[in-house]
Design a binder for this molecule. Structure first.
Ligand SMILES: [Zn+2]
Length: 91
């Protein structure tokens, strides 16, 4: 497991995820995608100014809630790419 994560507090992260899913769509024909995230180490987000700002600005309770919102966005993006996703266990 990598300790370096995409920043959950930056809008640009969502654009990166969308581009990655677009490329995955072109490479694989399966209608299923595993999004993962259940082993996500939160220490990077705990020490990130952008993530902490996002938590404060959106009145989120915790890093877990920030991950939940990121996961929801990724699920919606995956669904818009016609994927059925296998959800993460941890949120
Ligand atoms: Zn961050």
């Amino acid at each position: 497991m990598h300790r370096t994560l995409l920043c959950a507090g930056r809008e640009s992260t969502y654009a990166v995820i969308e581009r990655v899913l677009d490329e995955v769509t072109e490479l694989f024909s399966s209608p299923w995608i595993h999004l993962g995230g259940d082993e996500c180490p939160w220490d990077a987000w705990s020490n990130c100014d952008s993530c902490q700002t996002s938590i404060s600005r959106n009145n989120l309770r915790s890093i877990g809630t920030l991950q939940y919102l990121l996961t929801q966005q990724v699920e919606m993006t995956a669904a818009s790419c016609c994927y059925r996703y296998i959800p993460s266990a941890k949120t």
